[in-house]
Each structure stands twice: as structure tokens, then as C-alpha cells.
Design a protein around this ligand. Sequence first.
Ligand SMILES: Nc1ncnc2c1ncn2[C@@H]1O[C@H](COP(=O)(O)OP(=O)(O)OP(=O)(O)O)[C@@H](O)[C@H]1O
Ligand SMILES: [Mg+2]
Length: 382
Amino acid sequence: MFGTPLFNSPKILLLGSGELGKELIIEAQRLGLECVAVDRYQNAPAMQVAHRSYIIDMKDYSALMSIIEREKPDFIVPEIEAINIKALKDAEALGYKVVPNAKAVEITMNRELIRRLAAEELKLKTANYGFANNLDELKKVVEKIGYPCVVKPIMSSSGKGQSVVKCEEDVERAYKIAKEGARGYGDRVIVEEFINFDYEVTILTAKTVYGTYCCEPIGHIQKDGDYIESWQPHNMDEELKDKAYKIAKKVVDALGGYGIFGVELFVKDNEVIFSEVSPRPHDTGMVTLVTQEMSEFEIHLRAFLGLEISTKLINLGASHVIKSKIEKFAPKYKVKNVPKDVKIRIFGKPKALVGRRMGVVLAVGEEAREKAKKIANSIEVL
Ligand SMILES: Nc1ncnc2c1ncn2[C@@H]1O[C@H](COP(=O)(O)OP(=O)(O)OP(=O)(O)O)[C@@H](O)[C@H]1O
Ligand SMILES: [Mg+2]
């Protein structure tokens, strides 16, 4: 499928073609960019709006390098974590621009490297942590960190492979879950102190040629490590918000490059605790499609293209995910009674799986959270 890119317009190679990539490509199409989408399965959401697509395993070095060399993109834009990092580094060394840069992608996909940067180099407050390569080591690290604690693979996303260890009997199971949910880096796991936070927020932070800017805090609720609902703004005490912005800017400036980053923070009493950061739009940030003058997708794109951005909030709003309760190829959606201040975004994933995120409902106004939740729960995946 070919569209009509502008003559000499930049070309982006999107690595990962999920719902976040789809919104990014829609913005890129509006600016006349040439868009090439990559994922491991046919008809992934972003492929449906791109000019062309490729289906490969993005952890495969030679498959990824051949596409980069064939397409010669102006920007390589990672949308997921599970990407062959050597290919990104080699591409960067050959002169390709990786967004925000290959090192930032490498650090943030690896829970060990981001901890070392945040806690040890930048001296940010994080949950206490330790690492283990096997069950015996894990038992020792868990004893040291104490109960409850959280065991996670070094690389994973959306809560995969993650579990809370409440007592000694949970350790073996937690290790098994982590090994099964890991997306790379062998069987090494991180153990984190469980933070009984008051709330958690994402601070979307844009690094641009004009400076580093934070969006209003986004509050969210996660179930089993996966995002269910988010809202913006999350009202924070001014002092805590100031602390949160300082942490976000510090991390993002250390990672470097241009683009938007989702900085995940826990707040407990008077403390802001750094959790992790994505060097790309964040799933909880889908709410910005209705709350900000520029969504996180438009900001990301404009930031790496060198254009000015706005982080201005224009509405109170909320998002709630639509999850499938069934497994079904080519699912349909039954939607009824959608109020005018509610929007539905179906991602168009070709296959529904139990618990898979299939769409999101966005609402604005004082009652946004309740509305988004009600409509999302009323949508049936058939
Ligand atoms: N140490 C912790 N203490 C308390 N809760 C935690 C801790 N670590 C993670 N969580 C909870 O689990 C959620 C997911 O954790 P985390 O962000 O580390 O995983 P993830 O799989 O990388 O998620 P994603 O990539 O979707 O952001 C957090 O947003 C938080 O709600
Ligand atoms: Mg997270």
C-alpha cells in the first residue's frame, strides 16, 4: 500500500506496530512523512496506517539490519522494548538516527542498567533492589530485601513475568513466572522492595532542541502490572509535583536525544520514588489524545523532527482500556450509547486473546473516569 509522502520528506521506520505506534503514524502521515512499520505479525495496528510494512522478529540482528539498509530511514523509532540492541547501535554508528538514541533504548529496556543510572549515578530514590541469576541467589536476595518484594525479569513489559513475593514459599513460583515472562537477558531477575505507595504517576517529559518540558502528571491504576485506567491531571501537592518534575528532567537529560519519555514514579508520604522510564510514548499517556493541546504522539514526533511542542493541558480527562474476555480471530465490537464527550479508539488488532488490550475509551470533564470506565466495560468483544 502506497500513500503520498511529500517529495524528499523524512522516512520513519517504526519498530513495533501496536496501538501507540498507530497513533504516532497517524501524526506522521499528517506531516507528510513516509512511514514504514515493522512487527512480528501481519496487520498489526500501526501497519494499517503505514505506507509499507515488514514482518520480522525484531530480536533477529540480520533481519533488522537488512530492513534498515534497504529502507535507509531518516529516523528509526522503537515502539517496543524487545528489539535487537546491537542492530540499533550498529545502525547508529552507520549514521542512522535512532530515537531518542541507541544507548537510551538499551538502558531503559534493561531493569539493571536503568537502576544503575537512576539510583547509583543520579542518586535518585528508588525501591531497594538486588539481582539474582538462579534460584539459590534469588532466595538470598529476597531475604536481604525482605517481604513483601517484587520479582521481575530484567527485560519485560506490561507486568509480564512479574509477581509479588509475600513469604518464602512464593520464591520458587516467582522465579518460574519471571523466567517465563522474560524477553531477553537469560534468567537474571531483579528483586525490588514492595512500595506501598499512596499513588503512582507518569510524568511525560519531552526533550526537544528548545529544552526539556514536563506534562501535567498522569495518575493511573495498574492491575497485575498492566495499565487499566489513567487520568490527567493527577492533582499533586505543589512541592511533590516539583520534586517529580525535577526527577523526570534529570533522568531524561541523562538519557539524551530528542523525543517524549514516560517517567514512572511512586509517591509515598513526602517522597517521590523513581520506578522506570520509557524512551517513547507511554500507554497511560493515551489520555493526552483528549486532554492536551498536543498528544504525546504529536509531541514525540515533533520533538525528534526538531519542531516546537506544547504540553498545554486543555481538558480534564481519563482513559480506560477495553480488554477482551475471549480468544477470537477477527473480532467484532458491540458498542452502545456513547455520550458525546466520550471517544472510542479500537486498535484493530487482528486477534483477540483473553486479557489482551483491544482498545481504549477516552472521556473528558469532571466525571471522565467514571464515564470512561462505564463505557469501556459496556463494550463487548465478540
Ligand atoms: N517495587 C514495586 N512496589 C510496588 N508496586 C510495584 C513495584 N514495581 C512495580 N509495581 C507495580 O507494577 C506496575 C508495573 O511495574 P513496572 O512498571 O516495573 O513493569 P512493566 O512490566 O515494565 O510495566 P510497563 O512496561 O507496562 O510500564 C507498576 O506500575 C506498579 O503499579
Ligand atoms: Mg511500567
